[in-house]
Write a protein that binds this ligand. Structure first.
Ligand code: NAD
Ligand code: TYD
Length: 360
């Protein structure tokens, strides 16, 4: 039975990936989820799989070399899917250090532990082992007027502490292929959305605020563009890259779904209006009057957009979920998981929100 080590599996994309993999492979794979459970990690995301024999959760920090080496020593790991990271740009602007510690040094610990476990005396590796680093399109910087898309060959030009730290982890991973022929893949994906996303990110924050009649903070002129990818499509792409991708290669994963932030906010408001029943008291709260333009993010990248040509041509993956459908699925999930939202927005989230947006 193939064993996957998933880091950051209690976060947004990691938990969706674990669900996707169990839906696809059922009992024929084993998953070990290694997560430190930071503010962004939530075991509630995995409640429905936690009692499965082929699922194990280990609370460990990827910066902890001993703990990570022990996991490799005690388990015959075939695949590593490395999601664990500090993932929010705004937090990185306020506190960059933890981003370097987790996203750079933590990645180095993961690479070294896997290399130590998989390396044979002659310097080659045990058969059929793979390490995948989940990178981001933000490593490529920002597209400006007249630019087309990010390609795998686009030079790196990260601007935020978050993207600089992800770019470092990304380059270290590539260096392990170039130097040691350690079996890696790197995927750079665009902005994800879907169930279990923490409401510090644009889409769940807007859904959550709108349903409570709270202001909807839009940075700058609201015309920054992101390329939205439904999280299940991303999970599928990662699996396909590990199955069919050429070793040492990078694959960009994008949703073919470019939208300005203000368009996203308007679509969410319209979709909420369509989906809420007439007798739901929240319907009267959801209004475009809530839109509030606030101070721009420092160093705010203007546009991200991916042409996922390489992954389509080489591997046959393409984004299947149209935004119109994906946003309805996401909103429906949030309707059905009000308690999840209440739990994650209590305590520390309130403090973060008040400091970040200077509101009570
Ligand atoms: P997330 O913040 O929701 O989850 C991160 C997870 O990592 C959490 O469960 C957290 O507890 C865990 N973690 C953090 N520090 C850790 C540490 N030191 N040791 C062990 N676990 C730790 O993030 P996400 O949105 O699910 O993103 C997952 C990955 O995908 C990240 O690497 C991120 O850079 C990348 N990515 C995300 C997006 C996006 O739109 N969300 C886009 C491109 C790339
Ligand atoms: P975000 O979800 O933080 O993802 P990223 O910064 O990694 O792209 O933000 C998406 C876009 O939405 C980005 O251009 C910043 C903007 N944004 C707002 O306008 N208001 C908000 O409250 C947040 C969180 C983001």
């Amino acid at each position: 039975m193939r064993t996957y080590l998933v880091t950051g599996g209690a976060g947004f994309i990691g938990s969706n990936y674990i669900h996707y993999m169990f839906r696809k492979y059922g009992g024929s794979i084993r998953i070990i989820n290694v997560d430190a459970l930071t503010y962004a990690g939530n075991l509630e995301n995995l409640k429905d799989v936690e009692n499965q024999d082929n699922y194990t959760f280990i609370r460990a920090d990827i910066r902890d070399r001993e703990a990570i080496e022990k996991i490799f020593a005690e388990n015959d790991i075939d695949r590593v899917v490395h999601f664990a990271a500090e993932s929010h740009v705004d937090r990185s602007i306020r506190n960059p250090e933890i981003f370097v510690e987790t996203n750079v040094l933590g990645t180095l610990v993961m690479l070294n532990a896997a290399k130590k476990a998989w390396e044979l005396p002659d310097g080659t590796y045990k058969e059929d082992k793979r390490f995948l680093y989940v990178s981001t399109d933000e490593v490529y910087g920002s597209l400006e007027e007249g630019d087309t898309y990010f390609y795998e060959t686009t030079p790196f030009a990260p601007h935020s502490p978050y993207s600089a730290s992800k770019a470092s982890g990304d380059m270290l991973t590539k260096a392990y292929w170039d130097t040691y022929r350690f079996p890696v893949n790197i995927t750079s994906c665009s902005n994800n959305y879907g169930p279990y996303q923490f409401p510090e990110k644009l889409i769940p924050l807007i859904i959550n605020n709108a349903l409570q009649g709270k202001k909807l903070p839009v940075y700058g002129d609201g015309k920054n563009v992101r390329d939205w990818l439904y999280v299940d499509d991303h999970a599928k792409a990662i699996d396909m890259v590990q199955e069919k991708g050429r070793l040492g290669e990078r694959y960009n994963i994008g949703g073919h779904n470019e939208k300005q932030n203000i368009e996203i906010v308007n679509i969410i408001l319209e979709t909420l209006q369509e989906m809420l029943s007439e007798d739901d008291p929240r319907k009267a709260l959801v209004s475009k009057d809530l839109i509030t333009y606030v101070e721009d993010r420092k160093g705010h990248d203007r546009r991200y957009a991916i042409a996922p040509d390489k992954i389509k041509e080489e591997i046959g993956w393409y984004p299947e979920t149209m935004f119109k459908e994906g946003i309805r699925l996401t909103i429906q999930w949030f309707f059905e998981h009000e308690d999840w939202m209440k739990n994650v927005t209590s305590g520390d989230y309130q403090k973060y929100y008040e400091e970040m947006y200077q509101v009570k």
